[in-house]
Design a binder for this molecule. Structure first.
Ligand SMILES: Nc1ncnc2c1ncn2[C@@H]1O[C@H](COP(=O)(O)OP(=O)(O)OP(=O)(O)O)[C@@H](O)[C@H]1O
Ligand SMILES: [Mg+2]
Length: 264
């Protein structure tokens, strides 16, 4: 395991050797090796010029949103987002994120399960049918690590928390990736983690959100200003305050499909 500061140093100054493209990704998302002083790790490189235009997010801003998500994650201190920076690379400026290795047999905490067989301790969040008409539930575990991710997503207004954007390294940590469509000023929370809707936030969130609010008024806010608009940064603070006031997980919005497609 690389310490966070070492990882940032490696990402910031290392030599990038592109390995290949992640084929199921909709943007130009590349896996690369990064090497500095004899240390080599894998990373994900998302060049700005490979970003697919979206109707609801301004062009060329996704990489900055990825970095912003990391900055907020680091300020929260739950280690949810792998170290992510913005830097120049072989295909121009882009987001560079440390690759998280998962064991071959990774047990996901999110998935489709037979509707009559939702595992104990899991929440069913949506219903589905397969081609034969059999009923399934989209479900996720009532796991405190996922609950942290759900709090984080509410803060960054994540519009794309699908199952595949949650990683499970052998360490037992849970990481979130792909935060390019976050921080919109309108409520766009789209996630599979609706299991706690309306329930009280975890007790640990109270202090964390209070500290986050303070940091947004200081260096964190300044760092986010480099990647987001002033209004977007202000909205982060508003969402933090709203969460602290409500002390509950948010409800799905009415005007927006609340579950990303595909969900996994
Ligand atoms: N840091 C990482 N460590 C390990 N795997 C990763 C990391 N980042 C992304 N991946 C894997 O690569 C896949 C594609 O990456 P990502 O979702 O970020 O790309 P994308 O271009 O935004 O794709 P899409 O728009 O299709 O969701 C992820 O679903 C995940 O499986
Ligand atoms: Mg993705």
């Amino acid at each position: 395991m690389l310490a966070e500061t070492d990882a940032l140093e490696l990402l910031g100054r290392g030599r990038i050797d592109i390995e290949g493209r992640l084929v199921d990704a909709s943007n130009t998302t590349l896996r690369a090796e990064i090497t500095l002083d004899g240390v080599t790790r894998r990373c994900v490189y998302k060049p700005v010029r490979g970003e697919r235009p979206l109707w609801d997010f301004p062009d060329g801003t996704l990489a900055g949103r990825e970095v912003s998500a990391y900055l907020v994650s680091r300020a929260i201190g739950w280690g949810l987002v792998p170290p992510t920076i913005l830097r120049d690379g072989p295909l121009g400026p882009g987001a560079l994120q440390l690759w998280i290795d998962e064991p071959a047999e990774v047990g996901s905490l999110i998935g489709f399960v037979p509707a009559f067989d939702v595992p104990e301790g899991w929440f069913a969040v949506a219903s589905a049918r397969d081609d034969d008409g059999d009923a399934y539930a989209l479900a996720h575990a009532d796991d405190p690590r996922l609950a942290r991710l759900a709090v984080f997503d509410a803060v960054i207004n994540n519009a794309d928390r699908k199952g595949g954007h949650v990683l499970y390294p052998a360490s037992g940590d849970v990481h979130g990736v792909d935060h390019g469509v976050s921080f919109h000023v309108e409520n766009k929370l789209r996630t599979v983690l609706w299991g706690w809707t309306g329930k009280p936030l975890p007790a640990e969130a109270t202090d964390v959100l209070a500290r986050l609010g303070e940091q947004l008024d200081g260096p964190l806010g300044e760092a986010l200003d480099e990647h987001l608009t002033i209004t977007e940064v202000r909205q982060v603070g508003r969402r933090v305050k709203r969460l602290m006031r409500a002390c509950r997980f948010p409800e799905p919005p009415q005007e927006w499909p609340a579950i990303p497609w595909p969900p996994i």
